[in-house]
Design a protein around this ligand. Structure first.
Ligand code: SF4
Length: 447
């Protein structure tokens, strides 16, 4: 066992690293060090000089496990602030039972998770000479909105999807790391944060909702807690890829109180029970229509966005008609639709009852027509209201600005077109009065 070191002048936070095990583990250690070094951390060759110690463990043989547990104990005894990673990390219970005071545990090849754990317990000190990237990381989105990924992978097994095969099971980020990232984004001037994952409402399930320290407080990695904490940041929080599990009910009052946007992106995919069953969709047994109605009693402004698949194997005309009626009754505000296509490796490929291409195309057209009618009806009710909108773009030649309301996510939903937009800039939050509407967009003037 050895403490890896690298001398760096200055007051950067110092990390000690104990690397055990095989060459693969060593490569992992190097990668962790490289990432942390690029972020301005420095390293210490002894326990006492380290602000935190990472122990990269081996768990291949029982003897290696014992050695790893011993190394964790030594680091705890000498330093006290220890993050465990590597192969033994998959045996979290064993580690926690033996050494309850370790700060965080991540598994093999989880570089990002280790680095996040370091951020959560030992935030990097900004240094304008070494920081090549801004605090919030490099973003491909405009300055005023950003996506915040809270987990990787998915525990569901929808029959048309191969994401779990590619990305693996749900792996949630520690909530402190998510919230610190959200805070950094806000400091950078971001005004709207889109929370994304494969299954946002399942957040924390895999880590048994483990609490982590956020500004000295223990915060649990739960969907509703995340929404509540995000609501304190003073920016728009938009929740994407939420499945209607019962615990989602807890975020609806936050929407009514204006803490998170009254917007849910729920990929329903269908409404007919036998199609949902063939799709193996999560939460397909819940009485969704009743739930949506109850949500709207609490948060009448709630907008629901959803995607649907038409022409799934076995979908009958009656199933499809049920879907159309369901859309009307649920009044799904924003609707996206795909014609079913087999994906290589997806279990649905073996299902019988393929729907002919021309039937799929015809159903697609009918669904989009229905979606347009619903959207037109919903948007017409907004005329006359005064609302806050976030400006994405300006068209000075027409004295117009293109903005979005709380009901519109960027790229996928509609716009609010503002006339008489003198002095309005991208990124501004503007109060406007809605004067007109069409199928997808609202038209407004400054209030
Ligand atoms: S479609 Fe289903 S299996 Fe695929 S990522 Fe979404 S919830 Fe998971």
């Amino acid at each position: 066992m050895s403490i890896t070191s690298s001398k760096t002048p200055g007051a950067a936070p110092k990390i000690g690293l104990v690397s055990l095990g095989c060459p693969k583990a060593l490569v992992d250690s190097e990668r962790i060090l490289t990432t942390l070094r690029a972020e301005g951390y420095s390293f210490s060759r002894d326990y006492q000089g380290s602000d935190i110690v990472i122990v990269n463990t081996c768990g291949f043989l029982d003897s290696a496990k014992a050695e790893s547990l011993e190394a964790i104990g030594e680091a705890l005894g000498e330093n006290g602030r220890v993050i465990v990673t590597g192969c033994l990390g998959v045996e979290e219970k064993l580690i926690r039972d033996t050494h309850p005071s370790v700060l965080a545990i991540t598994g093999p090849h989880q570089y990002e998770a280790v680095v996040e754990a370091v951020h959560a317990h030992l935030p990097p000190v900004p240094n304008r000479f070494v920081d090549l990237v801004p605090d919030a990381g490099l973003k491909l989105t405009p300055k005023h909105y950003a996506y915040l990924k809270i987990s990787e992978g998915c525990n569901n097994r929808c029959s048309f999807c191969i994401i779990p095969q590619i990305r693996g099971d749900l792996a949630s980020r520690p909530i402190a790391s998510v919230l610190y990232e959200a805070e950094r984004l806000v400091k950078q001037g971001v005004k709207e944060i889109m929370v994304i994952s494969q299954d946002t409402s399942a957040y924390g399930l895999d880590i048994r909702y483990a609490a982590s320290k956020f500004h000295g407080r223990d915060v649990e990695a739960r969907f509703a807690t995340l929404a509540e904490e995000m609501g304190k940041l003073g920016v728009w929080t938009r929740l994407h890829y939420v499945y209607p599990y019962p615990h989602v009910d807890a975020v609806i009052p936050l929407m009514a109180e204006g803490k998170v946007l009254p917007y849910l992106d729920i990929p329903f995919q269908h409404a007919a029970p036998n199609v949902l069953k063939a799709m193996k969709r999560p939460a397909n047994h819940d009485k969704t229509l009743e739930r949506i109605k109850a949500w709207r009693q609490i948060a009448p402004d709630l907008a629901i966005r959803s995607n649907f698949i038409v022409g799934f194997p076995g979908e009958t005309e009656a199933d499809f008609q049920l879907l159309l009626d369901w859309l009307d009754e649920a009044e799904i505000d924003r609707i996206g639709c795909f014609e079913y296509e087999p994906v290589t490796g997806a279990p649905a490929n073996t299902l019988e009852g393929a729907v002919p291409a021309e039937v799929k195309a015809e159903r697609y057209g009918r669904l989009m027509e229905r979606a347009q009618a619903i959207s037109t009806r919903v948007l017409a009710k907004k005329v006359g209201r005064t609302i806050d909108v976030l400006v994405d773009d300006v068209e000075p030649e027409d004295n117009r600005a293109i903005a979005r309301s709380q009901w519109d996510a960027p790229e996928i939903d509609g716009n609010v077109v503002i006339d008489d937009a003198d002095g309005i800039k991208p990124g501004d939050m503007v109060r406007v009065t809605v004067v007109d509407s069409d199928e997808y967009d609202l038209y407004a003037v400054p209030a």
